[in-house]
Write a protein of this length. Sequence first.
Length: 519
Amino acid sequence: MKRNARGAVLGLAVVLSVVMLILIGAFFKLSLFFGVADETRNATDAGALNVGKHTFDLNVSASSGDEHQFDDVADANKKFNLTNINRVWAKAMLANANVAAMIADNQSSPLALLHAQQLYQGAESISGKLAGELKKPENFYSSFDSISSGNNVRLAATPTSVASSKNKDWQTSYVDRGEASNIDFDPEQLPIPVPFTNPAKSASFKIPGYQAIPVLDKKFYLVSMKDNDRTHLINPENFNANKLENKGFDGWKNPVPNAFSVHGESANNNLAMSWVQVNPQYKFNLGIPHAYVKIKIDRNKARYTFAQQPLGEENYEFRPSVTSTSFTTPAQLKVTFVPVNLGNEYAAANSLYDVMFPTALNAKNEHSKVLSTLLQRCREIRKGYTLDQLVKVLKSTAVDPTGLQNEFYIFPSKNELTAALASQALSQARWINPLTQADGSKKEIAHEDSIGQPNTAMFTVTEPITGASIGPIPAVTQEHGTFNWIPGSGFDGCLGELSISRTTQFPAAGVPQPKETEQ
């Protein structure tokens, strides 16, 4: 009996040993299976991150005239990519906001509306070409393979590498909707309030990404690219929920994606998928880099009248002078103005600012309106631009005292705004087209009225036959200045034209009585 018991125990031990060996073999194969899967997945993840990195290398170029409107927001090679596509859409949005402001101020024109449409179409065309390239998996196979092939699946029966699996699983998505784009802005840059909500988590003012921004009859979209958010892997649930077929965009026909799925496969048919969200980590300010404002100061006019009838006029310079002039009326009266003191409003003028806003005319409130208009447009070129900076630039700009050169440009130069006579500006900023005109309509935005000063004159009226005369009598002068503004959309860089004209009236009144003749 004992021998039989020992034999039974021995047999049981043998059976258990066999079972343990089988279990160990099974666990080993299972661990190899999971290890191979993990290595395949890791290789695919690495490939996906490299694909994300190289999405920024995919570029498109401007071809049509409308597309070339955005050359100033292209990269150094005049290319457009995921890094700067938001600059394209932001510029188009700002230009359309300018036209919307024109409509609100009754200063629009058919040309401005046409330009707004052209800028939108140019942005849409560039964006569409870029989206088309980003949606082609074949553009990324090599980027995937160059990394994944170096991550060998060593636990496989035959060590192998992972390569791109070329199929429909390479897709795109649009995640972080409503989060920040990579465009900073200042509300004071906008000519009118634009209806969008600043992203809640943003520390500064940001144009939101993947959120419709309605301006005029259009909807503008930017791509979400949050600050400090690197290119990283995301979960498939987030990716799939934001694919175009699951959540579309109203008014954006061919949106630019910010997330990509990739599919890797090893030679022994191990498969893995990864999902990557991209972010260039570059941010830009809202603006139109190659833009300008034109200022034209018409030559000053001295206008002479007698009994409210015109006698004649002459130009005077941007500096004080003393002159005299005579006229003969239709009734053959001789009207002589002497002395005539002209240009006194420019007695202290040493700069463009002084010529634009003479203190002698006592029109500070009116001048503030003009500065406010110019400042808003300057902010469309440089975010955060201040009134003090604008005044400093205008005060540092020399003028031609004769008034023969009377056109100026405010424009960017070496990352700052400057102002110069047209001849100098055109040599410094060769992208300015002098033939371009602001596309809005003209409107008076400020005026000056000064009676009895600063220009003065005495006049004498003489009857030619008898020689009887009256005078010299002080003329009650009146100077009138007008500031006209033509807004520009930003098309071809023109953000507006300011024209300033001043006229001093010299009225001669009264009819001389002839002397009595001796008997």
